[in-house]
Structure formats: structure tokens, C-alpha cells
Design a protein around this ligand. Structure first.
Ligand code: GLU
Length: 472
């Protein structure tokens, strides 16, 4: 069997992490089996679907690198096809017209509630004769669900599921205005598109028996089903906006790498021993639906942060730089002049969790800082620092060979001449040139900041010390 999976989002909002995980599982399974991955946009709900959402889904999928092999198919472009199948079902008496008024249905529902019966349509119009039909009257089309027996299917994640047909009522497949309903379009599409594996969130598991009955009625190969348990927030409640970022693009905005988010999502509900970090190839090779957890999984931001840092350190720097560029633009930092960001990334990734945090952490390599970090300045830019800063500056001014080793030697020489420990020279200098107390190796930092900026910033530190002396 050739595997064909599909991701079928409704464009009624952004692409959220739950959807992205489903998409990832569909994509992985198709890749693993050398099958096809279909993207289908379920946009029949015209009131809730928007073009922006469609774009957000396409952007999210692209950012994650989950390329589809077929599609995107839009359900709104397939209305003729749904009408065709609907008419076939009508002609074969597998569906029927229902003229029941809203009042009748409300009353029925109330009665069922009072009598503690299953809620659902009672089949009132199921057996109307031709003479009793009046096509000029408003009506919906209902599917004739089998009255007896049970629907049994082997969910690839949840195991065997069985539902009695007596619990399923006759579903509306076309509304009064003729528009098709969700369960019906999914059935027509999955059959037409030759979907072999329906992998989706388990919020749809109750729809599956109904869909299976319709698949049998329409005729065609029934796909296999895999319902993925939902994602919970760290408080055990269903993941939602309350828990912070839920849209995939918000993760980009927050500074996560798509590789890290994918790795995080694949592990969220699936495991392979206790391995945490998976390359793209490993994910494809090792992923299997049978290893997806049956229980819901909880979102854990600390773990995502940890993974993101791992990826910032381990991915090729040009790849990290590519994603960093978005944040540089966003935060207005021009890195076109000065040290290459590709040199900074391995040094600085150690100190931050996200690309968003990386931008302020590297800013001083490209721009003079505005103010000193108050704590660092208080501690290190004291009157005793004036002399070492002056002497170091003097040495730097005459130095044309501006490289880390040479600069290191000059800082050492300054300490030796003044008979000071390295810290007494190095720390004031570090605060002077970076504005704060943390940076990579001092020689390297001096080299990367560049001679002009180093001299200018030492002057700024000396001015700060002088003002401090004057005020004391
Ligand atoms: N369009 C549905 C949703 O976004 C998914 C349908 C399906 O996967 O069968 O929830």
C-alpha cells in the first residue's frame, strides 16, 4: 500500500502547536514510508475561515519546513464534487431529505433530555414517500446511518474502538442552503484523494464511526485511523492562549528555531527510549505511530528552551544566522559592518536561550551601548580603575595589529606594569567596552568590537569615573 497522509486544518485562526504536531506526525509518517503528504484547507465554514488564516497556516508550515507533496486543496473549490456525491447518495437512497422545522427539532431534543434518552435526530423523515416530498420547502440532506450493528475500527494509537450504530443519528450532510458539512466533505476528500492514513487530533475520534459509515456508503478503500492525544499546558489544562504562545509563528517571534520546535513537538507525545535530540533524518527513521503515547502530553517550556539552545549551538552557524536575521531586522540591529555574526553565534549561544535574546546580547559588537549596566559600573568603574584603563588605552592607541592574541598581551602588560592582578584590569576594561560585566574572552571581544569603538568606549568609562570622583 502506498501511504498517503493529509493535514487538513480549518483556517479559522493561526497554526497552533497542536496542529503543527499533527502535521509533523503526518509528514514524518509519509516520509518514513516514502509516501505522500497532502495539505488540504478545510475552508467550508465561510463565516469563520479567513484568507489571513490560510496564509498563517501556509507560513507556519513553510517555516517548519513541512513541505506537502500534493495540494494545497481547498474545499471551497470542490463544492460541485460534494454535490455530486450527495446526489448519488440520494439516488441510491443512502441519504434523504429532511423537512423538520427547527421547532420540531428543539422539542425533540427537550423530550430526549427529559426522558434521559440519547440526543439525536429520530429519523422522522427517513422514510418519506415520493408523494410526501416537497422540494420547494426548505430542507437539509441527512445521511442514512445504519440502524443496527456496530462500527469497529483499530485505531493505530488508541487500539480498538467500537461504537454501536444505535448511538449514531442521521447526520446532516448538506445544510438548507445546500452547503456540505464537515464530516461529509472529509469523507469525500479522503476517498477522492486516496488517503491511506488519517492522522489527526483525538478531538475528532467521535466523528470517525460516522465517517466510516459514510465511507462504506460512498464506496472506496477505508483509510486507517490514528488519533493523537491532545496537548495540555503545564497546569494540566488543555493548551490554550492562557499558557502563552500557542501559534507556531509566535514561537518564531519568541526566538525559537524551527528545528528546535520540531524536535520538541516530535517528542511531545512520542518517544524513542530516552533520546531527546533527533536530527531530521533520525526523526524520519525512528518515528512510528505505534509509539505515540495514548495519554495527553504536557507542554514544558523549559525543555523547549533547552532544545533551542542545543540547536543554536549545534546547527551550522549559517543556518542559525539565517533565522537570526529576522530578529535582527525586528530589533533594528544592522550587522553588515563589523564582526560576522557567524563568529559570534557559537560564542554567544552559550549565554542565551533564544534568538530574540541573542540580539541584545550581541548589540555591543555593532553599536555603542547607551548606558552602563548600573551594577557592573558601580563595581568595576571605580577610581582605582582609572589608571589601568588609561594605560591600556595608551597601548591600544599605538597598536595596529588589532587581533585577540596581541590585545591579550597588551592587557597583560598593563597589569604587569601596574603590578595589578588581571581582574583589576580586565573587568573595568570589559565593562568599559561592553557596558556590562559579561562577554566572551576579553582579547576576542576587543578584536571584534574594533579599535575605534574600543577607544571611544574607554573614554566614556573614564568620563564616568571622573564624574563619580567629582561627586564623591
Ligand atoms: N479540519 C479539521 C480541524 O481543523 C480536521 C479534520 C480532519 O483532520 O479530519 O480540526
Amino acid at each position: 500500500m502506498t501511504v498517503k497522509t493529509r493535514f487538513a486544518p480549518s483556517p479559522t485562526g493561526y497554526l497552533h502547536v497542536g496542529g503543527a504536531r499533527t502535521a509533523l506526525y503526518c509528514w514524518l509518517y509519509a516520509k518514513k514510508t516514502e509516501g505522500q503528504f497532502v495539505l488540504r484547507i478545510e475552508d467550508t465554514d465561510r463565516e469563520r475561515s479567513t484568507d489571513e488564516s490560510v496564509q498563517a497556516i501556509l507560513d507556519g508550515m513553510e517555516w517548519l519546513g513541512l513541505a506537502h507533496d500534493e495540494g494545497p486543496f481547498y474545499q471551497t473549490q470542490r463544492f460541485d464534487r460534494y454535490a455530486e456525491v450527495r446526489d448519488e447518495l440520494l439516488a441510491e437512497s443512502k441519504a434523504y431529505r429532511c423537512y423538520c422545522s427547527k421547532e420540531r427539532l428543539d422539542e425533540l431534543r427537550e423530550q430526549q433530555m427529559t426522558n434521559k434518552q440519547n440526543i439525536g435526530y429520530d429519523g422522522h423523515c427517513r422514510n418519506l414517500s415520493d408523494a410526501e416530498q416537497d422540494l420547494s420547502k426548505p430542507h437539509v440532506i441527512r445521511f442514512k446511518n445504519p440502524l443496527e450493528g456496530a462500527v469497529v475500527f483499530d485505531d493505530l494509537i488508541k487500539g480498538q474502538i467500537s461504537v454501536n450504530n444505535s448511538e449514531l443519528d442521521d447526520l446532516i450532510i448538506a445544510r438548507t442552503d445546500g452547503t456540505p458539512t464537515y464530516n461529509f466533505t472529509v469523507v469525500v476528500d479522503d476517498l477522492d484523494m486516496g488517503i491511506s492514513h488519517v492522522i489527526r487530533g483525538d478531538d475528532h475520534v467521535n466523528n470517525t464511526p460516522r465517517q466510516i459509515n459514510m465511507i462504506d456508503a460512498v464506496g472506496g478503500q477505508q483509510p486507517l485511523f490514528a488519533h493523537v492525544p491532545m496537548i495540555l499546558g503545564d497546569d494540566g489544562k488543555r493548551l490554550s492562549k492562557r499558557h502563552g504562545a500557542v501559534s507556531v509563528m509566535q514561537y518564531r517571534d519568541e526566538g525559537y528555531l524551527p528545528q528546535a520546535l520540531l524536535n520538541y513537538l516530535v517528542r511531545l507525545g512520542w518517544s524513542h527510549g530516552d533520546q531527546e535530540v533527533f536530527s531530521h533524518e533520525e526523526m524520519i527513521e525512528l518515528f512510528d505511530l505505534k509509539d505515540v503515547n495514548r495519554a495527553p502530553s504536557a507542554f514544558n517550556t523549559d525543555k523547549l528552551n533547552w532544545l533551542n539552545q542545543q540547536y543554536m549551538k549545534s546547527l551550522p552557524t549559517e543556518e542559525v544566522a539565517k533565522h537570526l536575521q529576522w530578529h535582527l531586522n525586528e530589533q533594528g540591529l544592522d550587522v553588515s559592518k563589523g564582526v560576522s555574526v557567524e563568529l559570534l553565534i557559537p560564542e554567544m549561544a552559550e549565554r542565551v536561550k533564544t534568538l530574540k535574546e541573542l540580539v541584545p546580547a550581541i548589540r555591543y559588537f555593532y553599536q555603542d551601548y547607551e548606558d552602563f549596566d548600573a551594577k557592573a559600573a558601580k563595581k568595576h568603574l571605580r577610581p582605582v580603575a582609572r589608571q589601568p584603563l588609561e594605560l591600556a588605552k595608551e597601548k591600544f592607541v599605538g597598536e595596529d595589529n588589532w587581533n585577540a592574541d596581541k590585545l591579550h598581551a597588551l592587557v597583560n602588560a598593563t597589569a604587569e606594569e601596574l603590578e595589578l592582578g588581571m581582574g583589576k584590569v580586565g573587568m573595568p576594561l570589559r565593562v568599559a567596552i561592553t557596558g556590562a560585566g559579561m562577554s566572551p574572552d576579553l582579547g576576542v571581544t576587543l578584536e571584534w568590537i574594533g579599535k575605534d569603538a574600543v577607544l571611544r568606549r574607554i573614554d566614556k568609562a573614564l568620563k564616568f569615573i571622573a564624574e563619580r570622583e567629582a561627586n564623591s
